[in-house]
Design a protein around this ligand. Sequence first.
Ligand SMILES: Nc1ncnc2c1ncn2[C@@H]1O[C@H](COP(=O)(O)OP(=O)(O)O)[C@@H](O)[C@H]1O
Ligand SMILES: [Mg+2]
Length: 506
Amino acid sequence: MLLEMKHITKEYGTLRANDDVDLSLREGEILAVVGENGAGKSTLMKILYGLEKPTEGDIYINGELQKFRSPHDAMAKKIGMVQQHFMLLQPCTVAENIVYGHEPKKSGIFFDRKRAAAITKELCEKYGLSIDPSLIVSNCPVGLQQRVEILKVLYQDASIIIFDEPSAVLTPQEVGELLKTIKKLASMGKSIIIITHKLSEVMEVADRVMVMRQGKRIKEMAKSETSIEELSFLMVGRHIVERKIPPQETTGTVLDVQDLVLSGSDKKNILDHFSIHVDAGEIVGIAGVSGNGQSELIECITGLTQITSGDILICGKTIVGKTVGERRTAGCACIPEDRYLWGCAKQATLTETSIMAHQREPAISRYGILNTKGIQKFTSGLLERYDVRSGGLSQKTGELSGGNLQKMIVAREIELNSNLLIAAEPTRGVDIGAMEFIHSRLLDKRAKGDAVLLISSELTEIMTLSDRIYVIYDGKVAGEFRKQDATEESLGILMMGGESNEPKAV
Ligand SMILES: Nc1ncnc2c1ncn2[C@@H]1O[C@H](COP(=O)(O)OP(=O)(O)O)[C@@H](O)[C@H]1O
Ligand SMILES: [Mg+2]
């Protein structure tokens, strides 16, 4: 056996993040580790990569006992990790990032730029990945940044490669590329551990699957011996049932986007005479391949970007020219796409994060003075009702696991009691249990008679929840469907820029 982790236990205070976990990995094998948010997957991988020390348990490589004091020790044993949040040097080039830490030198002292670019090219050819070595990392989309991370690990000659939720940040196309890369690496003899929430990805790449729940290893099996249904049952500990959503009357328009134009730096419009509306009591989905104007649409509505022409109204009143704060007061809540960038401040405590935009509510402050007791009660209430698993009210927001942070932001935005909720990729990176929970909260919002604009690159999510669906392509509305008329095929064709023969709806 190439790698064995035996009886690994990790305690953080009274919390057992890992509880007597065994893991083994053969050469050239792809092992998927699945489990709900907080199940202990990242902790186990951090232990393997030398970022955390286990409270108990041992790691063996080729039967030899290891003591990793840091990632440096793990790397020396050819263990590499593609992190959940990238650790790249943003202002530097792709090549500089790949060789960082082990730079090629001219005359033994000077950084050899040419050699670094050549090394990058060689690696790309060897592993069938393509990237321009001279690109500046901050200009690369996340999919490419991840490729840089992978190349970096390969440059360090890792033979065991850990991927911690690599697809959570990617578009469906990028995910396809990544899975191909992972299979290719395994076929070249690399041994892979991949953590993911997406069971379809597990079924596509894994040889073996290990399920974790509440810090424990629940079960392990060959991929061929299991199914998506069994895995989701094992992960969550109960069966997930398909949802039946009753139809509901709508009343009046809440969000009205009229002939919106947002011009880009060249002559092309990013949003091109874009008109949509969302009524009270309905969920309206925007389906589309990401990068077709969805992010800009959200920025135009929330006030982060000024529009070129057209109008945006909330409950009949224009919000164009208003500040972000004024728009929030006018009834616009938003679960942002990038929760780390726009949803919170990483250094803020959970209490601070939870009251953002709630600060003027009577329970939180009066006459500009914060009510500490009230705030604590408010935050504990949110954490409890939305099942955010945390280390307490004063924990730093950036320390929450991805899924728990997402639930925290969903909680805060839903509790704003706004007429409109914009939900952008509300379940990206969360497990099935949390996804079901977030979907229920969005449906509660609809049941209360509020309007929900759902933007998601997951077609199944759009089709399950939406009463009406618009397809966005190249900044334009490419089609509009009532729920009952939408099929995956008809939406898919329009999403790729094709023409649909389906009846154009409503
Ligand atoms: N540095 C830490 N301090 C305290 N608790 C932590 C720390 N890291 C993780 N935890 C807790 O350990 C549990 C497992 O977390 P994690 O391994 O990140 O889960 P997963 O990756 O499966 O979502 C969670 O309850 C998490 O809050
Ligand atoms: Mg994790």
